[in-house]
Design a protein around this ligand. Structure first.
Ligand SMILES: Nc1ncnc2c1ncn2[C@@H]1O[C@H](COP(=O)(O)OP(=O)(O)O)[C@@H](O)[C@H]1O
Ligand code: SF4
Ligand SMILES: [Mg+2]
Length: 356
């Protein structure tokens, strides 16, 4: 592991571009919220690139900062939150650097959003046919809406168009939300827990739909999910978050077969069995911390079976290893142990691939 280097000391990188560079680049992003009279550090020095057309899965327990990151990439910082440091560029545009109109336009042209509660994200006072708008804010003609609805599997388009959101099932409403999101073939689709409020029977259909449109429109997909089996099936790269930091990221199969960060290993160990596609994470002993300020220690140390005194007094940098990044002070020791178990892990994980 001597080839490891610390990217934390790197100079700010060039803005994201579409001509061969990343579509989205998050550079040293920190976000804080004011909560109960104290600040909560929800994102702590996040560095992340998303390539055009790439499908990236964002995982971690509740409160690890996944939604904050997914929204901040589109320039949203909710409630009493503020960007403390860092930048985000999407398609060459500085997300936090422009005025309100520039940001509105960037979101309208570059992003599609799919959230957890589809009925809640639709306007309850309007029929579906009056909720479709193009990036300029103009109403979309009815034949085009019908085409979009059919594209997402809503074959009785006239009935859906004439319905109010509360008259649709959760699955139908999520298909409508996807139809709205794909109308302008967005380069980046952000899907935050898009199936966790839906019946297990239709989760795969919704994820298949997102995958199909990502492939068909060459859209990148940032998929936030508790469902590791889904991340493994649909994403090419996985990003693991803990307490507002990225603790490991790299190619999905490599990380699932051989997690190097002890937190990633604990998440994988807590995964339901293969028959549990669509399942939720089981509990990992202990609780994730609420971080109030940058910590000069490993936030996972209180729960980590490998923790040493050094881990309680030194902040792990995100180290660049071949094909992945890991923030663990003992990554050499952990990797050696993982090496020993590698044969077994590969055999256990074999045969569970993603759709092409
Ligand atoms: N609007 C908010 N006000 C106060 N704290 C917030 C707000 N949104 C998120 N947080 C805090 O930021 C941290 C990250 O939250 P979040 O991004 O929602 O995590 P996740 O999506 O991984 O569950 C948590 O500690 C959460 O309590
Ligand atoms: S730095 Fe130490 S406490 Fe943190 S994950 Fe690595 S071994 Fe565990
Ligand atoms: Mg969330």
């Amino acid at each position: 592991m001597t080839e490891a280097m610390d990217p934390g000391s790197a100079q700010p990188r060039a803005p994201a571009r579409t001509d061969g560079g990343p579509l989205a680049r998050v550079d040293g992003l920190s976000v804080v919220f004011r909560s109960g009279g104290r600040e909560v550090l929800a994102l702590d020095d996040i560095r992340l690139d998303i390539a055009p057309g790439e499908r990236v899965g964002l995982v971690g327990e509740s409160g690890s900062g996944k939604s904050t990151l997914a929204l901040a990439i589109a320039g949203f910082v909710k409630g009493k939150g503020r960007r403390q440091a860092g930048q985000v560029h999407v398609a060459g545009h500085d997300v936090f650097g422009g005025d309100h109109e520039a940001l509105r336009r960037l979101r309208a042209t570059q992003f599609g959003f799919v959230f957890q509660n589809p009925i809640g994200t639709l306007d309850p006072t309007r029929k579906i046919e009056r909720q479709f708008f193009d990036p300029e804010g103009a109403a979309i003609p009815r034949p085009r809406i019908a085409e979009l609805l059919r594209d997402v599997g809503l074959l009785d388009a006239p009935r859906v168009m004439g319905s109010y959101p509360h008259e649709l099932s959760g699955g139908m409403a999520q298909r409508v939300a996807i139809a709205m999101a794909i109308e302008h073939a967005p380069p980046l689709m952000v899907a935050d827990e898009p199936t966790s409020a839906l019946d297990a029977s239709i989760r795969i259909q919704i994820l298949d739909l997102l995958l199909a449109h990502s492939q068909c429109q060459h859209s990148a997909l940032l998929l936030v999910s508790h469902d590791l089996s889904a991340i493994r099936r649909y994403c090419e790269r996985v990003v693991v978050m803990y307490a507002g930091r990225i603790v490991e990221q790299g190619p999905t199969e490599a990380i699932f077969r051989r997690p190097l960060h002890p937190y990633t290993a604990a998440l994988m160990a807590a995964m339901p069995g293969r028959e549990g596609f669509g399942g939720q994470l089981q509990a990992i002993p202990g609780h994730p911390p609420v971080v109030h300020a940058r910590e000069e220690a490993c936030s996972f140390a209180p729960r980590c079976p490998r923790a040493s005194d050094t881990c309680r007094s030194h902040r792990p940098a995100l180290l660049a290893l071949p094909l992945r990044e890991v923030a663990c002070l003992r990554v050499d020791a952990v990797a050696a142990m993982a090496e020993e178990a590698a044969g077994e892990a590969v055999a256990a994980a074999g045969g569970e691939g993603r759709p092409a």
